[in-house]
Design a protein. Structure first.
Length: 574
């Protein structure tokens, strides 16, 4: 790769900051060309059948899936800092977008398309704003239990949503459990050719995904379904076929919606922004780590935001980083974002010359693709891992899954975030602590197990808190210390607060700590502080300036505080 000249370096730095995807191509390594060409073709072949199917989840026509993929890839390839991540419609994102749009569209296809585009643009603007404010860490609110619970709930809803297309039955009730019950109750009335073809395609897809993961399974299934339809005359037997798609590119336009409707999209756009960034960064970090590279989280926020705005502007819907396409490109040897530009070129060619041929494909083929995607989306491994590591986290993931199934995708996700935050606050409000003891073979104080020998001098309590001391837990911690002091036998005369694990003390906690300090001093219990970090020492000295807490009360270790106190007592008696 050529080295930039001194005059080129400032421009290269500016380009790398604002258009990192383009910067990858400025000094393009020629030996990467054949790999990027092959990887781009592979990604496009995997993409086309999938995005057509995902459009159905949103409630729009299949052509809108093509529009979303085209706009997203163009914008993302300009702004991303990753080398092989490819963006576009995604299963979980499409499900959540559809759940947000359906209550507002009232079954009107024109309104649904306008809402889908507006939701994508609103989500993109929020992502771009978050990038400007450097709010990438906010995506951490989508904790692992929430993501596992959402994935499992979304997978089941995805499978359930395709039951009408798979069986040929009219299942008008939308609630998950009601629709599943209706499908079981009316199973004997299913359309035999549609059901037989759908089941055969699902089995084929699952088998190919397991044993030939690099093969373009979705494309193969669509071709085989079209061949079967033509050979066996399935259309004449009542099997529903796809409608022909309009050829050519869409015209860019802003959706025509009222301000009141746009306001009602904001909560959904916020939830989608969380999900899109959380999933996108996880995927980008995974692939970057595999290649020994790094990513810029704020650049990914901008790239995902631009991708959603572009997708909505040309009539698409919400998009995110696509795991299936990105892994396909990576397996094919992709080196740079030229891979995505190759996929864009091939997609444009398909939209101009081949999209009308889709009317030869049975509708059940897309249902089979989505059901197989739902089966693959079920995260049984993640749920089992949560069960083994932390039963409360497993319970949280199950609660999110049930919330998604009962209340809907968006309420279920929001429920998960609220429960995760509530659990974090509860853990913070009831932090772990310990009374330290000194083993006979070691002069230092430790948090010893109950069966380990150790002790403190009579009347000495060494207390350690394993959490920041803030408004949520300060009163609880104060009562814990009062109880330890009042129940001590013989009566306590020295309390050492080991603050090694206390990273922060807020104003509310400081007030409670001062009250406790004054109370213990009046009771004849001397308070000393050990292992407080320098910023914390400075804060405490400032807050306790009029409470006779000086530098002499601070010690580098609990043992030093105790030994100094014992020496002073011995000197006073002598």
């Amino acid at each position: 790769m050529p080295t930039p000249t001194p005059d080129e370096e400032p421009r290269a730095s500016l380009l790398a900051r604002w258009l990192p995807g383009v910067a990858q191509l400025v000094h393009y390594p020629r030996d990467a060309l054949r790999y990027d060409l092959v990887a781009g073709a592979a990604a496009c072949v995997v993409m086309i059948p999938s995005v057509l199917a995902y459009a159905e989840l949103v409630g729009v026509g299949p052509e809108h899936g093509l529009y979303a993929a085209l706009g997203a890839m163009i914008a993302f390839a300009l702004f991303t800092s990753t080398r092989v991540v490819i963006t576009g419609p995604d299963t979980t994102i499409a499900l959540l977008a559809g759940a947000v749009i359906a209550p507002l569209a009232h079954g009107d296809p024109i309104q649904t398309a306008a809402l889908a585009a507006a939701l994508a643009i609103a989500t993109g603007v929020l992502l771009a704003l978050a990038a400007q404010l450097r709010l990438g860490a906010v995506a951490d609110l989508m904790s692992r239990p929430v993501l596992v619970g959402y994935a499992n709930g979304a997978a089941l809803i995805l499978i359930e949503s395709q039951l009408p297309a798979l069986t040929g039955l009219a299942l008008p009730r939308d609630a998950f459990f009601l629709r599943v019950w209706d499908a079981v109750r009316l199973a004997s009335n299913a359309h035999p050719p549609t059901l037989a073809l759908g089941v055969a395609l699902i089995v084929l897809l699952i088998a190919m995904n397991r044993w030939t993961p690099r093969a373009p399974a979705a494309l193969i299934v669509c071709v085989l379904a079209g061949v079967a339809a033509a050979t066996l005359g399935l259309a004449a037997s009542g099997v529903t076929m796809l409608k022909p798609l309009p050829a050519g590119l869409p015209e860019p336009a802003l959706p025509n919606l009222t301000f009141d409707t746009l306001q009602r999209l904001v909560p959904g756009a916020l939830a989608l922004a969380f999900l899109i960034f959380a999933e996108g960064v996880l995927l980008a970090q995974l692939l970057a780590t595999k290649r020994g590279e790094t990513i810029d989280a704020d650049a990914e926020l901008r790239a995902l935001g631009a991708a959603n705005v572009a997708a909505g502007f040309i009539g698409g819907f919400n998009v995110g980083a696509s795991g299936s396409r990105s892994f396909t490109a990576d397996a094919a040897g992709a080196r740079t974002q030229l891979t995505q530009w190759v996929a864009i070129a091939l997609l444009v060619g398909f939209m101009y010359w081949l999209s009308p041929l889709l009317d030869l494909v049975p509708r059940v083929a897309l249902a089979a693709i989505l059901i197989a995607a739902g089966v693959a989306l079920i995260d049984a491994v993640g749920a089992r891992s949560l069960w083994q590591m932390d039963r409360r986290s497993f319970a949280l993931s199950v609660a999110v899954t049930l919330g998604v199934l009962i209340a809907g995708v968006l309420p279920g996700v929001l429920l998960g975030i609220v429960l995760a935050l509530a659990r974090a606050l509860i853990d913070l409000a009831r932090p772990r602590d310990a009374v330290l003891r000194r083993p006979t073979v070691d002069g230092r104080y430790h948090d010893l197990d109950h069966d380990e020998p150790g002790s403190s001098p009579p009347g000495v309590i060494v207390y350690r808190l394993y959490a920041p001391l803030v408004f949520a837990n300060a009163r609880y911690v104060g009562e814990r210390i009062r109880t330890l002091v009042h129940e001590a036998s013989p009566p306590a005369t020295l309390l050492v607060l080991d603050m090694q694990a206390v990273t922060y003390v807020d104003v509310t906690a400081a007030e409670i700590l001062r009250e406790l300090y004054d109370h213990l001093e009046k009771e004849g219990v001397e308070v000393r502080i050990a292992r407080a970090n320098r910023p914390l020492r400075e804060q405490l000295l400032h807050w306790f300036g009029d409470h006779h807490l000086g530098h002499e009360r601070f010690f580098p270790a609990a043992s030093a505080a105790v030994d100094d106190w014992l020496a002073s007592r011995s000197a006073a008696r002598g």
